[in-house]
Design a protein around this ligand. Sequence first.
Ligand code: BTN
Length: 340
Amino acid sequence: MPLFDEYRPSQQRRPRQKDAQNGLCSFFNRLLTGEEVIRKSGPPNRVAVTFLPSAAKPQGEASRLSEGITQEKNLAPPLEADAILARLPESRRIGRTILVLEETGSTNDVAAQLGRAGAPEGTAVFAECQTAGRGRLSRRWESQARRGLWFSLLLRPALAQADWARLTTWAAVGVARGLEEALPGCRAAIKWPNDIYLGGKKAVGILCESAAGPGGYAVVGIGVNVNQTRADFPAELQERATSLRNASGGAPLDRHAAAAALLRQLDALYPALEHDFAAVVAEAQARSLLMGRTLTVHTPCETYAALAEALEPDGSLRVRCADGSVRRVAGGEVSITGWQ
Ligand code: BTN
């Protein structure tokens, strides 16, 4: 599927309507075994659930995050599902249900598990820490405990599945708007297809995955560096990665406010996925770091140099090669020549 980073074969079963009607909390609780529910609130269509790990993993335990980085989990206030929910409009689809896990492998896997079990569209799964966070092209994603927002959205867009690749562009624009709401005065740029840059450095990565077939679902995984300092990043990333905190003057940010801004903007833009996608593409192009620049395009089959010309109506990238030929790039990766 173009622009989607991974295709998962369908492993569907019919949605569990009865579970959804009888109470989403028990539905999620049964699915996410091994974790203790510490908070449940709201009627079934307004669920906020915060999960803690089993007693073997007390909060405050030092967790090894990556080479040379050890961090106390309790340095920052914990993420609370209720505190995000309280900042969202009643009518939303995205973030209609919010789960916060203390630790998991990858929130994309949890959201996919929920998708297979028939969980409602718009469910957002956050984790304070991911032990196997992944990025595009099978890269590892650093997910430091309580420093960022690591979350995945479960979606079932009312589009032909061939058009689900639009989610990549939608997510990039929605997240860019969310960052600008969270950080007034900042300008969020998009490095195609969906990395978000602040001040010339990457602050957000997005990983879209989908399962086709009847009852299929898409998962949009979003990793936002929020409160890292420069020293929190591994040495090899320090010149290329930033956080919202770094980009906005250095004071720690309230992750609940940032999470709510992102969910609000993604929700507000969701109808355009179906009804006004041309406007979403136009905004992605206006925010693009690539237009008019010379790129190196890496696809699974070849690597070549080309000039970035425009985004196509489906969100793919149109480039012009040195021999004048025009190509459409729908996957892989691009780097800006002479740039980091
Ligand atoms: C990239 O830049 O390559 C994409 C990074 C996506 C990271 C997020 S964090 C939440 C979700 N869970 C994952 O394992 N990955 C995504």
